[in-house]
Ligand binder design. Sequence first.
Ligand code: FAD
Ligand code: NAD
Length: 465
Amino acid sequence: MGDLSCKLLIIGAGPGGYVCAIRAGQLGVDTIIVDKDNVGGTCLNVGCIPSKALIHAAGNFHRIVEAAEGRSPLGLSAANPRIDLKSTIAWKDGIVSRLTSGVGSLLKKNGVKLVHGHARVLDGKTIEVDRNGEKQRISAETIVIATGSVPVELPFLPFGGRVLSSTEALSLDAVPDNLVVVGGGYIGLEIGTAFRKLGASVTVVEAASRVLPQYDAELTKPLTARLKSLGINVLTEVQARGLTQDGRSLLAVSKSGEEHVLTADSVLVTVGRRPAATGWGLESLKLTTSGHFVEIDDKCRTSMRGIYAIGDITGEPMLAHRAMAQGEMVAEIVAGKKHAWDKVAIPAICFTDPEIVSVGLSAEQAKAADIAVTTGTFPFRGNGRAMTLERDDGFVRIVARADNHVVLGIQAVGEGVAELATAFGLAVEMGARLEDVAATIHAHPSLGETFQEAALAGLGHAIHI
Ligand code: FAD
Ligand code: NAD
């Protein structure tokens, strides 16, 4: 393999890297992208997409079990429901493969060269790629670091055997009888709920005083109630300590000192993710960091000229759509366009049951920033569509400036609210006012009507409550 050179070299082909590469290719920038694994990164291969596939399959299975147990309010019945998890995982793998081969085709179509192999930084302009022992140097005018993140490993619960990270949990070939989830955040609750619906007995061990501590308590209340009704055992203010001596249970201790011994065929550890910033020579560049993350400015520039960083390696929120937006922006900057990060908000969706969405500021965040706000809330129990979906536990809340009614943030919890995130994001990004949302005709019957009603509530005259 001969050495290569290019204008733009991207290390990591996850959502950040591959979007950056495609956009750079569209703009005619001579681009090489390197990845040690399949293109698509964490998101397409072992993250967003596989987890949502499993959640969908588990939701369907759960409905059939309800019907078989005579618990379907719709009058449905079923007999002897079974799941062949191997087939489910094969279906999930099929989706992953369609998406990742699609990314490969898009890179090719846009003239981007894809190099497979493990990148190692030699200096600020050069890397060495190792592919099964064969080495190749690539030099570039500009480098984009897009190496993403990896699961945090607890020293007393190292991954391996029955201790799983999300990656292994998304490729099991049988449903464990007893699953203990350490960490009641995004991943633990999404995957833990899916396994409960697939028939596992699930306990969630969360160190904080409630699950999803990053969201406000009102927003997580319907979720907490649903976890209970699904039979998920949630232990809060409890920390994992390690496996018991026979390796068959997890030992955990509550804040008050009480010990818990939790039977566990599998222990899923989801206590956060850390940047993939070590072990491949990046440290040698001595880039300025913010905690463990690479520090960037509003153009995603690092402290070294000619080196940009995007995606999870640059910190929170570690979300695929943030990585993609950064990737697109950096490609345009490298192509000579004037661009800087000017987004008002980055939506976040937690694909729990019910789903939770947050875009922009909460009332507390606005108050902390000294902005006087008015809020409008509309409950799903006043929405016909929510009732026909059998789920009226949830609400939409709009936070707007008190003086001019510009919408600052929207939070929602409920069945199907993930798909409302687009409307919420558009309203915040475009600087809509409560009056704009309220005056927009929302199709009936739809969950989206709760958004319009929340705006009307903010103006003091919701119709259906
Ligand atoms: P990554 O996707 O992590 O990609 C980095 C790439 O760099 C990888 O392909 C890796 O192989 C490569 N790489 C690393 N080091 C090297 C090296 N030295 N040489 C060569 N290649 C290298 N986000 C959402 O927005 N929505 C969701 O629903 C969601 N669900 C998730 C579910 C799970 C279970 C997990 C784990 C994550 C989820 N995320 C979700 C987060 C999302 O996956 C990440 O935010 C996103 O993938 C970050 O993109 P990235 O491009 O920064 O890095
Ligand atoms: P997280 O930060 O969402 O949750 C980790 C949880 O573990 C926290 O609630 C924390 O209090 C708890 N915890 C930490 N140490 C503990 C201990 N020793 N014992 C018990 N509990 C402990 O992290 P995650 O769920 O691993 O997800 C990582 C990142 O992946 C998220 O921050 C998010 O950016 C991304 N992600 C996003 C989505 C989505 O957008 N739907 C889905 C999955 C993951």
